[in-house]
Design a protein around this ligand. Structure first.
Ligand code: SF4
Length: 364
């Protein structure tokens, strides 16, 4: 299992430093537009597709607080990325709400402005178990949108998926609290694993149809190396749409913006929409504009990366913003990641050949 003990290279400072211009593109002409920041490697769930108990058991050693980026370091790094064109920041984990005083960080990040003076969009991905307590204070601090994972409405299936015995009601309360706090849009992510929760697809769709929440179905992915992924446990998004449409007719609609991970489908009767995220059967690498920062300040240019670049070291070695900014521009320009596309083209078994960082370490 590739985890934080892996040595990540401290990137060299380019010979010529450069001021950010608000735009930088990689080798596939994909601009740097979204930054996902993991606030902790800890989680109170043990989801079988991300942090299974077998690999993250009672004796698992989590990162010491001193290893984590401080809120000041996170804000500094984020400011540099925003100067390169990032306009959306998503806070992830592990479970980000386990990071104490998260509202303070949200407040600091909410001050950031794009090079042309606009607010950045602040989003958060959570398992929802602590959301009811935190929604209002995060909204007040400047949070714009939230994505909540919920893999079933059936308590027994949900507890099997989250591996920690958390009931559905906790998450539903969190959703209601986020809505009441005025956070929005609010998305609900269901990871569909064949033979475990796929028979819940229509039930979930019926429950959220006509509600203010946008339900999205996520194809089960070979993220990391600890979830024992098998391709025949993937329910293709086309099958998910077919099952729902058999009961509640759907029509495809355009994405909200270039690089959106979900394909959108609207109910023909006008009662809302769903999304499908098809990393396995319809890879979306060609427009992927996302960078990820781990909880210890390592930059990863793909969810399925095997190694990253240690930006924390540069900050703690006293490198200037201009030097760190030049490093980020240089690394992004070298980026050529398209793991999901390649997986799609590869013969069976690629998912086992490649060492990959754990999703709980860099956020989804
Ligand atoms: S596999 Fe990597 S490059 Fe492709 S969409 Fe996912 S994060 Fe982006």
């Amino acid at each position: 299992m590739t985890y934080h003990r892996q040595l990540n290279a401290v990137p060299p400072i380019p010979a010529a430093t450069e001021l950010p211009t608000g735009f930088v593109a990689d080798t596939l002409a994909r601009p740097l537009q979204e930054l996902r920041i993991s606030l902790t490697d800890r989680c109170n769930f043990r989801c079988i597709y991300c942090m299974p108990e077998e690999s993250f058991g009672k004796d698992h050693v989590f990162l010491p607080q001193s290893a984590l980026l401080s809120f000041e370091e996170i804000t500094r790094i984020a400011r540099i990325f925003v100067a390169h064109g990032v306009r959306k920041i998503r806070l992830t984990g592990g479970e980000p709400l386990l990071r104490k005083h998260i509202e303070n960080l949200i407040e600091m990040l909410a001050q950031l402005k794009t090079p042309d003076g606009r607010d950045i969009e602040l989003a958060l991905t959570t398992n929802g178990s602590l959301l009811a307590r935190k929604a209002q204070s995060m909204k007040d601090a400047g949070l714009n949108r939230v994505t909540v994972s919920l893999d079933s409405l059936d308590d027994a299936i949900f507890k099997r998926m989250n591996g920690a015995g958390f009931p559905v009601s906790d998450v539903l309360h969190g959703l209601d609290a986020a809505l009441a706090a005025g956070i929005g849009p609010i998305k609900v992510n269901m990871v569909v694993k064949g033979g475990v929760n796929d028979r819940e697809i229509v039930h979930m769709a019926r429950h959220f149809k006509g509600s203010p929440f946008i339900l999205r179905f996520i194809e089960y992915m070979d993220a990391g190396t600890s979830n024992n992924w098998k391709v025949d446990e993937v329910i293709p998004s086309a099958e998910v749409v077919r099952r729902i449409a058999a009961h509640m007719p759907l029509e495809a609609i355009n994405s909200n913006h270039k690089g959106e991970t979900a394909e959108r489908w609207r109910y023909r009767d006008g009662s809302g929409e769903i999304g499908v995220v098809s990393s396995v059967t319809r890879a979306f690498c060609r427009d992927c504009a996302r960078a990820r920062i781990s909880t210890v300040g390592v930059l990863y240019t793909c969810l399925f990366s095997a190694s990253g670049h240690d930006l924390r070291a540069l900050m703690r070695y006293g490198k200037s913003d201009l030097e760190i900014s030049s490093v980020i521009a240089h690394l992004w320009r070298l980026r050529a990641d398209r793991y999901s596309e390649l997986r799609g083209m590869a013969t069976k078994g690629m998912e086992r050949e490649v060492e990959k960082i754990e999703m709980s370490y860099i956020g989804g």
